[in-house]
Design a protein around this ligand. Structure first.
Ligand SMILES: Cc1ncc(C[n+]2csc(CCOP(=O)(O)OP(=O)(O)O)c2C)c(N)n1
Length: 575
């Protein structure tokens, strides 16, 4: 008989986290989770980072997970604490980010009575978790916690929820952490089907215009080295989605960057004019495909994914390959090497020519600083100081400009909210990333609208000594919405004006114990950024930017993604 130790359920939760190798968790206490916070006071090796809002705690756990490759842990109380976590859980669900969220629940005899701070959080989150548990019997806790981590990190990763009744936290248990999980219904694939690999290799060797379309699954599947080897072995041009950024070095000559609504014309053309799309860990999101019936009309599709449910969900795959990407890509490279040299040189020259003809560009004239220039300056300054930079973003124009202009040559160096598009993601995700990788320089490219959703987490960054640099692209507007109103709603700017001045972000930063800088023109930019990078504490650089600058290229919603609107030329004409 293996040894057990008598303890309270609350202590058992922490022992489970320790067994899982968790070093940091993020949360806020409250009534129903108080016993577990009391256990934290009794002692644990897990560092607890006190957030200012549970949404922040959730995004911190996400940032931690994406920066480290480990499971992120967030903790909250019942009722409003739990509902405040919902946005982060949904975000993690959409972007396949592994999270274990632990919430306190009211006492089991009160469940269903509309007790104070009771919500059915397992019910509320049902469609946005991989799995959830409501623990009312303390004896279930160790197996549930073991299963929670297993489900979050295996197969297609994602969030799980463990809701623990207060009396279960207070009850005594003979604790032993199980060695194995017993989940007969959860069997993610561990192998790939060899004949499918052989067919994929034949298709690639026969193709005239093949293109790799790589997504966030490559990062989650730890298959970045294998992707690079494949790309180089078969000279395959690759486009990489927003969520995949960094899975292949941005500066690799065969990396053509992001396709989609604000991707380059050359990436969209490479994808749409190909005769073979090799999709790897990506899900044919509507922001990439545009009008689906017009997407890559002449292409056959090979679709590699760990999740069988993704294959054929949006676009039929002639050659489906379900299994771990690391293994699948390695096998594919082997098969290709045995099959001879692919002959698509003319296609490679064509794609390269498109890149030469249609680079990302923006007009530099005008009196106000261009947001792209601010991002380029932050990128160049960061690169001149260290190779270990992690970028996070909010959601909006600044996010798309960050995608276009930041260069990420390492996996897990670009952390953003893709699927849910959650404004306010950037600052807390940066704090979580800093907790995961304390030696890295963590820079959040944020928007002024986004900043105001989760900016209170600057207090967390300051007091928990998790210094980040926030480069605030302050255009005084909810810029991305303004852009749509200008282009598609006859310039009726309905409820999108924020102003550059309120709040005064530099003063706000100082009020939170951070360094604050305001940049009103180009001359001030470099010195302010330098001072922020050198501050030795969290710093906010409030960069007042041109409110009228629009994000191009752009594929209007519902248009074919081959029909890319380029930035206006110097005469102002949109091509
Ligand atoms: C929580 C949330 N609310 C609303 C939106 C819709 N939305 C998308 S981008 C955007 C504007 C973002 O403004 P800002 O942070 O200033 O960034 P900018 O586009 O100006 O760079 C809004 C309101 C959203 N994505 N998320």
């Amino acid at each position: 008989m293996t040894k057990t130790t008598k303890m309270l359920g609350s202590d058992a939760i922490l022992r489970c986290l320790e067994h899982e190798g968790v070093d940091v968790m993020f949360g806020i206490p409250g009534g129903a989770i108080l016993p577990t916070y009391d256990a934290i006071a009794r002692g644990t090796t897990v560092r607890h980072v006190l957030a200012r809002h549970e949404q922040g705690a959730g995004h911190m756990a996400e940032g931690y997970a994406r920066a480290s490759g480990k499971v992120g842990v967030a903790m909250a109380t019942s009722g409003p604490g739990a509902t405040n976590l919902v946005t982060a859980i949904a975000d993690a669900w959409m972007d396949s980010t592994p999270l274990v969220c632990i919430t306190g629940q009211v006492r089991s005899d009160l469940i269903g009575t509309d007790a104070f701070q009771e919500v059915d959080i397992t019910g509320i989150t049902m469609p946005i978790v991989k799995h959830s548990w409501l623990v009312q019997d303390v004896r279930e806790l160790p197996a549930v916690m073991k299963a929670a981590f297993h489900v979050a990190r295996t197969g297609r990763q994602g969030p799980v929820l463990v809701d623990v009744a207060k009396d279960a936290q207070e009850a005594e248990i003979d604790f032993r952490y199980p060695d194995d999980v017993d989940l007969p219904g959860w069997k993610p694939p561990t192998k790939v089907h060899r004949p499918q690999i052989a067919e994929a290799a034949r298709a690639i060797l026969a193709a005239e215009r093949p293109v790799i379309y790589a997504g966030g699954g490559v990062l989650n599947g730890d298959a970045c080295d294998e992707l690079r080897t494949l790309v180089e072995a078969a000279d395959l041009p690759a486009v990489v989605t927003l969520m995949g950024k960094g899975c292949l070095p941005d500066s690799h000559p065969l990396n053509y960057g992001a396709p989609g609504m604000h991707g380059s014309k050359y990436a969209n053309w490479a994808l749409n004019k190909s005769d073979l799309v090799i999709a790897v860990g990506t899900r044919f999101d509507d922001r990439v495909t545009g009008k689906l019936s017009a997407f890559a009309p002449g292409a056959r599709v090979i679709h590699f994914d760990i999740d069988a449910a993704e294959v054929g969900k949006i676009r039929h795959a002639e050659i489906p390959v379900v299994g771990p990407l690391k293994l699948a890509l390695a096998e594919l490279t082997k098969a290709l090497r045995e099959g001879g040299k692919p002959g698509h040189d003319a296609w490679l020259r064509q794609v390269e020519e498109w890149r030469r003809l249609f680079p990302y560009r923006y007009g530099k004239s005008g009196t106000m600083l261009k947001p792209q220039a601010a991002i380029e300056a932050a990128r160049d300054l960061a690169a001149s100081r260290t190779e270990d930079v992690l970028w996070t973003t909010g959601v909006g124009q600044h996010q798309m400009w960050a995608m276009q202009y930041v260069v990420c040559d390492k996996p897990r160096s670009f952390i953003t909210s893709g699927g849910l598009g959650t404004m306010g993601y950037g600052i807390p995700a940066a704090i979580g990333a800093k907790a995961a990788r304390p030696d890295a320089t963590v820079v959040c490219i944020d928007g002024d609208g986004c900043f105001q959703m989760t900016g209170q987490e600057l207090a967390t960054a300051a007091l928990e000594r998790l210094p980040i640099v926030v480069v605030l692209i302050n255009n005084g507007w909810l810029g991305m919405v303004r852009q749509w109103q200008e282009m598609f709603y006859a310039e009726r700017f309905s409820e999108t004006h924020l102003t550059h001045q309120v709040p005064d972000y530099a003063q706000l930063a100082e009020a939170y114990g951070c360094a604050g800088f305001t940049v009103r023109d180009e001359e001030e930019l470099e010195s302010a950024l330098e001072a922020a990078f050198d501050a030795g504490r969290t710093a906010v650089v409030d960069v007042h930017c041109d409110p009228e600058e629009k994000c191009f290229p752009m594929v209007p919603a519902g248009a074919a993604s081959v029909d890319v609107l380029e930035a206006p030329d110097e005469e102002g004409a949109i091509a």
